[in-house]
Design a protein. Structure first.
Lengths: 183, 183
């Protein structure tokens, strides 16, 4: 069993959706896709690499799919840090969004207080049998920072050779200052 | 749900749920649990994969009487999810050719799996069992695996250089930088 690969942790949750849930979820996810703020808030949770929600109305089989008496909501996330830190942050930073999404599922106790929410996730979570990350040694923040560093470096490199040594040194130091938080 | 919801930037979220042959779930879980991880994972061979997982889902969770009727899956399911670069079709072909025997060892426990020998049937099988995302979040969805790794390497190189270059005179700094990074 392997929910952890280096610094990355996998979470996989499958919850039964209330009768009226699918319509609400359709609206919530539509807003998520069209209202910039929703995903920006997730960016603030700066430890999520990738996350997805999917509504399962039929479990695929060889035919039309297996229809159960409820639809199910699948959530997966790839994040750095511990499971506890992750759930804590979710319930503190985006409680309304959590409520809008999992409030449509049976048994959801609300995002706060966090302990019942954690029990709920534990109950509905599946542990990965195999988990892969292409860069297990790095956090989301390090990857985004690396992108800034690379861009600044490329820009500096483009004209570095033409500068006189003293000007070069000043430009080099100013580049380092500009990206100091990304190093 | 629309297939466009599977995409964020250039990143694609693939969710595949395939029915496991009755009685095979323990053997399959055991096989997946024993796969080597990290660089030795079969998923390391599939280019463009940021994060991926296999999860055996024995059955759905029952959240108690409030839910009313209790659901059971007719067959357990194998969940495969991947967060990868680019379009679906080339990625499915990469799964077929790069996972090769590993793909057969895993999905041959699933009902109707055609094997890697028939390219069209392989793609059809995955598309038939695919679930579209409702909402997909990618913190750096514009960056491919190669770009992420290149950025991380550039950042590491610059940090090492900056430490080494501390206190260098302007002319030495410039020539050391150009030697290291070009310009």
């Amino acid at each position: 069993m392997a929910n952890v690969e280096g610094k990355a942790t996998a979470i996989t949750v499958l919850t039964p959706v209330r009768r009226e849930g699918p319509l609400v979820l359709w609206a919530v996810f539509w807003a998520g896709r069209h209202i910039k703020e929703t995903l920006q808030k997730l960016e603030q949770l700066s430890f999520i690499h990738y996350a997805r929600w999917a509504v399962i109305d039929r479990f695929p089989d060889e035919g039309e799919g297996e229809k159960l008496s409820h639809e199910y909501l699948l959530f997966e996330s790839n994040f750095n840090g511990t499971w506890d830190q992750y759930i804590d942050a979710f319930s503190e930073v985006v409680p309304f969004r959590m409520k809008a999404i999992w409030g449509t599922s049976y048994g959801f106790p609300g995002p706060l207080p966090v302990e019942p929410f954690k029990d709920y996730i534990r109950r509905n979570e599946y542990v990965a049998n195999h988990y892969w990350s292409a860069y297990p040694g790095y956090t989301t923040t390090e990857i985004i920072s690396a992108g800034h560093v690379e861009a600044a470096l490329r820009e500096f490199q483009a004209h570095a050779a033409e500068l006189e040594p003293e000007d070069f040194k000043r430009a080099y130091e100013s580049m380092l200052t500009a990206i100091q938080h990304d190093l | 749900m629309s297939a466009a919801n599977n995409i964020c930037g250039q990143a694609y979220s693939l969710t595949v749920l395939t029915p496991i042959v009755d009685g095979h779930e323990i053997e399959l879980a055991d096989y997946l649990n024993r796969l080597q991880t990290g660089d030795q994972s079969p998923l390391a061979r599939v280019r463009g994969t940021h994060f991926a997982r296999w999860v055996v889902i024995d059955d759905v969770i029952f959240e108690g009487p409030e839910q009313g009727e209790r659901d059971h899956l007719q067959h357990p399911r194998l969940l495969f999810t991947s967060n990868f670069d680019g379009d679906l079709e080339p990625y499915l072909e990469a799964l077929r050719t790069d996972l090769a025997d590993s793909a057969d060892s895993i999905w041959s426990h699933c009902i109707g799996y055609p094997g890697t020998g028939d390219p069209d049937a392989f793609v059809r099988y995955f598309r038939h069992h695919q679930i579209d995302s409702s909402l997909f979040f990618a913190a750096y969805g514009d960056r491919t695996v190669e770009e992420v790794k290149r950025g991380l390497a550039a950042r590491a190189k610059l940090i090492a250089f900056a430490l080494r270059a501390q206190g260098m005179q302007a002319a030495d700094l410039k020539s050391a930088f150009l030697r290291e990074f070009g310009g």
